[in-house]
Design a protein around this ligand. Structure first.
Ligand code: ARG
Length: 436
């Protein structure tokens, strides 16, 4: 391992290998995910140092060029972040010092790894939440398109998993679409909420330099900066929790949708056929065609909830930086990697699954018209409770209504006769314009 940033000339012995591996082992792997953000923030910090005269213009150019080279080489695989470094922050200073000598040793003026990691994490979360927003928008778009094409396709509506009323494929599709528009809004809202730069708060107490914090925040694309250095440290983990919360809203809906799809694809329901590429076979039963992908999509949310619980547990801490905070990185990064990977599979699945209209129609048996019949009687003046009783005495007929007719007549706004897809589209478009 390289020398530690914190190694002093007075440090008597080299740190114990096992202890260092415990401190840094998993962390260095996660820092690979954060490194490009760390390099970006390091360049902005250097520009801030130039503004206050700590670096000259010439020095800044050298530092900026070196940081840009590191980013390029890291992306191409030429430069790696290995176990020889304690963390990504140390690696950046080591690399700069290797390239530029004493100039590289200037980069840490006025900053601490505490604000360095916090800013890299905020940049990471902003990027992830933007991706989450894009995916929610894409999912909602696919669902709305199908809802409009299949608005009148009869589909049995269930409550308690018992047949309830005639409904439409359009209502099911638009229902999930609206949920994903909500999730898009939440992703954007959360992104805005955490869009504040902690850089320049150093170890949690500020420094005796007039750091241009606002300019550096703007340089990094933040809309504001965390003013109080203690708050910047105390917000670590809390911000992550909200970011995972926004992701969790989407994976909760994903879980429910995957549940529906796995149920509808059973031989018992048989309402849909999943695209072939989303299905697997059995190693022993030649007859099987299994919805494994849908089931694993359903499983994602439980694991996101596990990350939330893990984070909550970690945050029982006093004010200021504590090394426990390092342990907030695994649940955050794991959640976004897993959650976004799952959501990326959703548009293809939703675009390509097929309905089985004849099976759906068969399941809309006469008694499902009971509520519409009672409501029609009530509309003609019969008190609803009496109408309810009258219909309950004879559930056999459909009141002379075809399924199509009953779907068309369900005109309460939002229902199958008036899905108001225009409103959903409008809201989706509005949020899509806002997503960065
Ligand atoms: N890996 C550390 C973290 O994620 C970096 C900050 C280390 N700071 C310190 N004071 N030891 O929190």
């Amino acid at each position: 391992m390289n020398d530690f940033l914190w190694k002093k000339t007075t440090t008597p012995t080299a740190p114990d290998e096992a202890i260092m591996a415990f401190l840094a082992g998993e962390d260095i792997v996660l820092d690979r995910v954060l490194l490009l953000f760390d390099l970006q923030a390091s360049a902005a910090h250097a520009r801030g140092l130039k503004r206050i005269g700590v670096l000259t213009g010439e020095e800044l150019h050298l530092v900026e060029d070196a940081l840009a080279d590191f980013a390029r080489d890291f992306e191409s695989g030429k430069r790696t972040l290995g176990a020889e470094f304690e963390d990504g922050h140390s690696a950046i200073e080591h690399w700069l010092t290797d390239e530029l000598g004493d100039l590289g040793r200037k980069i840490h003026t006025g900053r601490s790894r505490n604000d360095q990691v916090a800013v890299a994490l905020r940049l990471y979360m902003k990027a992830q939440l933007a991706d989450l927003g894009d995916l929610c928008a894409e999912v909602a778009g696919v669902l709305l398109e199908r809802a409009s094409a299949e608005a009148e396709l009869p589909f049995p509506g269930y409550t308690h998993l018992q047949r309830a009323m005639p409904s439409s494929a359009g209502l099911w599709l638009a229902g999930h679409a609206e949920a994903f528009i909500d999730n898009l809004e939440l992703a954007q809202h959360t992104r805005r909420w955490l869009d504040a730069s902690p850089l320049g708060t150093a170890s949690g107490f500020g420094v005796n330099l007039a750091l241009p914090r606002q300019e550096v925040a703007e340089d990094l694309g933040f809309s504001r900066w965390v003013v109080n250095p203690q708050c910047a440290q105390n917000s670590r983990g809390k911000v992550e929790l909200q970011a995972i919360g926004a992701l969790g809203a989407a994976t909760l809906d994903l879980q429910r949708m995957a549940w529906d799809l796995s149920l509808f694809t059973t031989q018992e329901f048989d309402f849909i056929r999943l695209p072939e590429r989303y299905c697997t076979g059995s190693s022993i039963m030649p007859n099987k065609r299994n919805p494994d992908v849908v089931e694993l999509l359903r499983a994602v949310h439980a694991r996101i909830v596990g990350s939330q619980v893990e984070l909550q547990g970690l945050l029982s801490l006093p004010s200021g930086y504590q090394r426990d905070l390092q342990a907030t990185k695994p649940p955050l990064i794991r959640s976004f990697e897993m959650g976004l990977r799952a959501l990326r599979l959703l548009p293809g699945l939703l675009r390509d699954f097929e309905w089985r209209p004849e099976r759906m129609r068969e399941a809309i048996t006469a008694e499902l018209h009971a509520t519409d019949r009672a409501t029609a009687l009530a509309a003609s003046g019969v008190p609803f409770r009496k109408a309810y009783q009258r219909v309950s005495e004879n559930l056999d007929g459909n009141g002379g209504h075809s399924v199509e007719q009953s779907l068309r007549e369900r005109i309460s706004p939002g229902a199958s006769g008036d899905l108001r897809l225009d409103l959903l589209k409008e809201r989706l478009d509005q949020f899509c314009q806002e997503n960065p």
